[in-house]
Design a protein around this ligand. Structure first.
Ligand code: ZN
Length: 276
């Protein structure tokens, strides 16, 4: 039986996983305030749950690897609990992990990110793995995997009801670890758009203006959204949709044809410019 968790494999089992062309899942998260009602590991719980469950169900296709638990969080440092890693450090870290999997022989690497502040960095790291190694890597935000169910079950106002410690994140936490959610501390707080017509805040509806303000300037509780509308049932549906989506995505990613590079330039040069 294939093991689903990378960390529990022996080196011989890693070789078998390479030969079976299993897709590497790297969960990316953050230790960050999530309002008065959710633990600071919320993004870890979500990214880890989606990757672990998907790999448990399809160990022939997937390997779930240890979560990169800290993220880029400078905008949230005014709240207790938050830990922030500099973006340049994180970019190198994400890349080094992805590149190491490529050097082990894996050829499909997926970063599965549960923290908004990591999104651009994950995307860049994946691009660097593509340009620096023979493997291909890509990044997806974990809420994008659950999008169909989020649109279907959403009760909160849009934009604003689903952003941070919100209807979505609180529901998933209630589904996985209800004992750790402080239901009597739940408060709703809708984030303000900061530039009319150009900026608003919502997981399902990205604004054209890219602007992340310091959280403490605009919130009293650290919440952005409507956790009062969260439920265990919604959380189960969000998680199940995301896990099914991740499996389907990985199937397509593994079977994707990757053509050899070709150098169209007149002058050839060596190093990483060589099309081999
Ligand atoms: Zn979160």
């Amino acid at each position: 039986m294939n093991k689903w968790a990378y960390a529990s494999m022996t080196w011989k089992e890693v070789n078998d996983a390479v030969q079976a062309r299993r897709v590497i899942l790297i969960p990316l998260a953050a230790i960050e305030q999530h309002g008065p009602h959710l633990p600071i590991d919320t993004d870890n719980l979500i990214a880890g749950h989606y990757c672990d469950e998907a790999a448990k169900r399809r160990p022939d296709l997937l390997v779930s690897t240890p979560c990169i638990e800290y993220g880029y969080n400078e905008h949230n440092m005014d709240f207790p609990g938050t830990i922030s890693i500099r973006p340049e450090t994180l970019l190198h870290y994400y890349f080094d992990v992805g590149e190491s999997f490529a050097r082990q022989g894996f050829d499909r690497i997926l970063y599965v990110n549960a923290h908004g502040g990591n999104a651009q960095i994950a995307n860049l790291a994946a691009r660097m793995v593509v340009t620096h190694t023979p493997a291909v890597a890509a990044a997806i935000n974990s809420w994008e995997l659950a999008k169909e169910a989020m649109v279907r079950l959403r009760e909160s106002h849009s934009p604003g009801g689903m952003s941070h410690a919100c209807e979505y994140e609180t529901s998933v936490y209630l589904h996985v670890r209800p004992d750790l959610v402080k239901r009597n501390e739940v408060v709703d707080e809708y984030p303000l758009g900061r530039v009319d017509g150009w900026h608003w805040i919502d997981m399902l509806d990205g604004a054209p203006l890219q602007f992340t303000d310091i959280y403490s300037r605009n919130t009293r509780t650290g919440v952005e959204g409507a956790p009062s509308l969260a439920s265990q049932e919604k959380g189960r549906e969000f998680a199940e949709t995301a896990i099914r989506g991740l499996i389907q995505l990985a199937e397509g990613f593994r079977s994707m044809v990757v053509h050899p590079r070709k150098d169209f330039r007149v002058k050839q040069s060596g190093g990483r410019d060589s099309a081999s």
